[in-house]
Design a protein around this ligand. Sequence first.
Ligand SMILES: N[C@@H](CCC(=O)N[C@@H](CS)C(=O)NCC(=O)O)C(=O)O
Length: 344
Amino acid sequence: MSDLLPVRGSPGSPYTRKMLALLRYRRIPYRYIQSDREGGQDLPQPKVQLIPVFYFEDETGELTAEVDSTPIIRRLEDEYAGRSVIASDPVVAFLDYLLEDYGDEWLTKAMFHYRWYYDDDVEMAGSVLPHYADVSQPDEQLARLKEIFSERQISRLYVVGSNDTTAPVIEGSYKRFLSCLNEHLKDYPFLLGNRPGAGDFGCFGQLTQLVQFDPTPAKIAAAGFPRVHAWVSKMEDLSGLEVTDDQFLDADAIPATMTAILQEIGRTYVPVMLANAAALDQGLDKVETEVEGAAWVQEPFPYQGKTLQWLRIEYARLSEDDRGRVDGVLAGTGCEALVAPAQG
Ligand SMILES: N[C@@H](CCC(=O)N[C@@H](CS)C(=O)NCC(=O)O)C(=O)O
C-alpha cells in the first residue's frame, strides 16, 4: 500500500476543492483520482454516491470509502499531526465549526443556484464539466453528456432551495458575504486570524466555483471584491505557509469584521436552518420562512437538519465557561438562535 492517501473527486466539485486545499495546507501526501481511467478501479464504493471520497485503512488494513468532508477533516486531525485546522481554544474552534457549516451548507446554495439558474452559467457548466472525466472524449459523447448532466442538475435546484422566490435572497446574500469577507481580509488573511481553520476551507471550496468558474457570480466577484478573488487563488495551495500555535484570533477580542460576517450568517443561514429543522420535526412537506423580510420556500433538506444537530452537539460539548464565551461572541448577531434552548 502506498503512503499516498487516495482521494477521488473532480475539479468542478466545491467539496473536492475544499479537501484538496486542506491536504496541501496540512502537507498530507495524497493521490487525486479524477476518473476511473486514472486508476483506482479496485477501490471500494462509498455508501453514498458523493464526491470527494477518501479511502482510509481500517484496523484490519482494509480500505474503507468515506464521504462527508466535515468528519473527514476531524479524522485527518487524528491521523496526521501538525498544522491543525482546529484551533486549540474551544471557543475559536466552535466559531470555526459554524463558519465551516455556513460555507458547506449555505454558500453551496449560491454555488448551485448560479450554476444552474442562468443560461450563460448553464452553458458554461454543461460544456466544461463533462470533460473532467476525460478531456479526449468524442464531441458527440460530450454533447450528449452536456444535455443529460444539465437537465439532471437543473431538476435538482430545488434540493438546495433555489427557485424564483429564493433567487433574490440567495444572490443578495452572496454579494453581502463577498463584501463582508473583502472587508475582513483588509486586516486578516484568514477568517479566524493569521492561520486557516476548517471554516476557511469550507468557504473556499464553494468560492472556487463562484469566483473562478461560473460566469455570473465570477463577474460579480471580479468587479467588486478583488481581495476575495485573490484570497481564493491563494487558499488553493497553502503548503508553503509557515504557521505558529498562537495565530488564531483571541476569542475574547473578536474583530468587528468577523462580527459582521456572523451577522450576515445570522440573516440568512440561521433562519433557513431553523425553519428547515422545524419543518423536518413537524413532518411538513415545505419549509416556509422569511429572510430579511423576503419569502423563502423550499423542500425540507434532511441532511441540513443533521448538520444543525451536529453543530448543537459541538456547542453542548463545550464547558459551561466556554459556552458563555461563545454566547458573548454570538450575542446580537442572530447566530445565538442556532444554539438557544428550544422554545416552549
Ligand atoms: N457534505 C458532503 C457533500 C458532498 C457533495 O455534495 N458532493 C457533490 C459534489 S460537490 C456530489 O457528489 N453530488 C452528487 C452528484 O453530483 O451526483 C461533503 O462535505 O463532502
